[in-house]
Write a protein that binds this ligand. Sequence first.
Ligand code: GLU
Length: 285
Amino acid sequence: MDGFISAATRFAPSPSGFLHLGHAYGALFSARQATAMGGTFLLRIEDIDLARCTQAYEQAIYEDLRWLGLTWPDPVLRQSDRFPVYHDFLHTLEEGGLTYPCFCTRREIRTEVANAPRAPHGPDGALYPGTCKHLDPMIAKDRIAAGQVHAIRLHMDRAAHMTGPLTFTDLDRGIITVVPESCGDIVLARKDVPTSYHLSVTVDDAFQQISCVTRGEDLLHATHIHRVLQTLLGFPTPVYRHHRLLLDSQGRRYAKRDKAITLQALRKAGKTPQDICQMVGEDTK
Ligand code: GLU
């Protein structure tokens, strides 16, 4: 936790749907961790995907979390207000020769992977096969000048070479060694959005001085990426808690499509905040 003035955690939902029981658990987990550390619980709105995020969902987040009894300091950081900041950090990585433009469509990537049965895989499936990494820079420049849409990817080999070996601390799992090759050349700026989840989260966790990042264990692999980006950008390293994911009666993760378990629906059905705490488990360790 070196480099932090005080303790803070955050809950960082995307306003692309109503919060459900899984979110309630994540938010309560984060708030309890803040209390345990004698720190502050922050809320952050992760709305970089302007096509999917709405004002109405954002308002519902505030309403639902307040109803649950959570409080946080204002102003709430909204990622859509910070595109210029992400751009500057992207530029730093570009200047360091750590990025390249990628023109591939999803379909092209799928075909490329299908034709290379030994293509490296990560926890989420096949990694980007690196097609555009080998493009002649002059050709790439011409394609950009011609207005061809492209993403910006991290050149992970170079990045890992620059950072050297890295670890992070998960308070429940211990010290974890970063495995950059399990991440591949991740996207730093999407074709449709001038940043990415990985870049904006890393920048904002540092900006908001989050000393303990709490999130679901489905994002454990993302922490490897964030640790690399923190080092490249000179940010301090928080500690982490990756909590379990709540499952429904059929053993499936709660998803935004499950309308019945949104906090709004449960509230309308007469449930109280205490009922919700009980449903997600009193013990949030
Ligand atoms: N915005 C992400 C989500 O809603 C959470 C990201 C994080 O906690 O790092 O899944």
